[in-house]
Write a protein that binds this ligand. Sequence first.
Ligand SMILES: N=CN[C@@H](CCC(=O)O)C(=O)O
Ligand SMILES: [Zn+2]
Length: 428
Amino acid sequence: MNRIDLLLYNIGVLITMQGSALPRTKEDMSQVGEIHNAAIAVLDGKIVAVGTEEEVRAVITGLPILKQIDAEGKLVTPGLVDPHTHLVHGGSREHELPLKLKGATYLEILAQGGGILSTVRATRLATEEKLYAKALTSLNTMLLQGATTVEAKSGYGLTMKDELKQLRVTQRLNQSHPVDLVSTFMGAHMIPEEYKQDPSAYVELVIHEMLPEVKRLGLAEFCDVFCEHGVFSVEQSRQILHAARELGFGLKIHADEIVPMGGAELAGELGCISAEHLIAASDEGIAAMQQAGVIAVCLPATSFNLRLKEHARARSMIDMGVPVALSTDYNPGSSPTESIQLVMTLGCLNLLLSPEEVITAITINAAHAIGRADTIGSLEVGKYADIVLYNATNLAYLPYHFGINHVHTVIKQGQVVVSNGQLAYPTL
Ligand SMILES: N=CN[C@@H](CCC(=O)O)C(=O)O
Ligand SMILES: [Zn+2]
């Protein structure tokens, strides 16, 4: 080490999340590795020293420091990780709001050809450039909220051509935007209208054509299926995920969102990296996930927005030893918000998690849910310097004071990309 690229000092409260080789469960979800009067030193985009300011200055003593940032006593956390989004899509669905207010449910709107199917129509009609521009705007909003790594699913194309179009947008954004994207193929998001009479033919298409082509082109790392009443059955989900596993995809599943189908049980059986939603998951399903080490990705903005009477039982999941992550589920229907900070508030108020459990769920556990915990999710020597500074002096203030953006500065791999609450990255 012959220099320091960046020294962040005078940190009031530093949440490090140190020591998280495995996803955190039970009491460990409350251990956030808090350090007061802290500092972080960065070289080549990675952390080379972290601790109290005294400790860090001792490690780097004598080295030239190229840039210094005074954190002015602020709260600092690892870059936030949003492990479940439907980032790339055409159109929006505000026309569903009055229907919802009159009592129409999510599955009723979908069964009438609306919901996901209306976004499929809009996405098929949109050019790749149009999808790119729309997703870019959302990704900037996510970054301004403190997200430095985001998972993005396809699933609004439902033809080979249109699924690849969505996935290429994700790939291009990943190359050009400071936020890192992790791509998931979700051709099994819905049975498209043209296959309504023959759903198994669509399952065959996903298995024998789409999955191999997505793999060949290297456009996705994970495969996800919407296992739900009127969408994909447990058996169809099993077939698709088996095929995906054979091809080397990591496995995810939208499980037991509305109807208790046995999706959580299937996640346990297949050893998925994560199962998502889980609002209606059974005790047996949760136990199966615990046994297999499946991460529960709970989506409290979705149950809030769908006006569901129940929320995912994240509190019991944690107590039963299931690692819990949280996410926006950003999509145009069930969760039209990019705000990971809103999710923090809902995680506390509706899922009954503590602020410590919430930050664990959107940093290290979220990183584990997308297979990135070796490089992000905590502030430790050797990991990327993905760091967020807030206009706050303690962790609980973030979920407590809700509906506003607390982020002051975002650092992505050692570069300042948000400054004083404004985007500050050079555009390509
Ligand atoms: N539930 C399935 N998929 C998305 C919603 C998609 C949509 O409504 O457009 C979700 O995770 O909530
Ligand atoms: Zn989703």
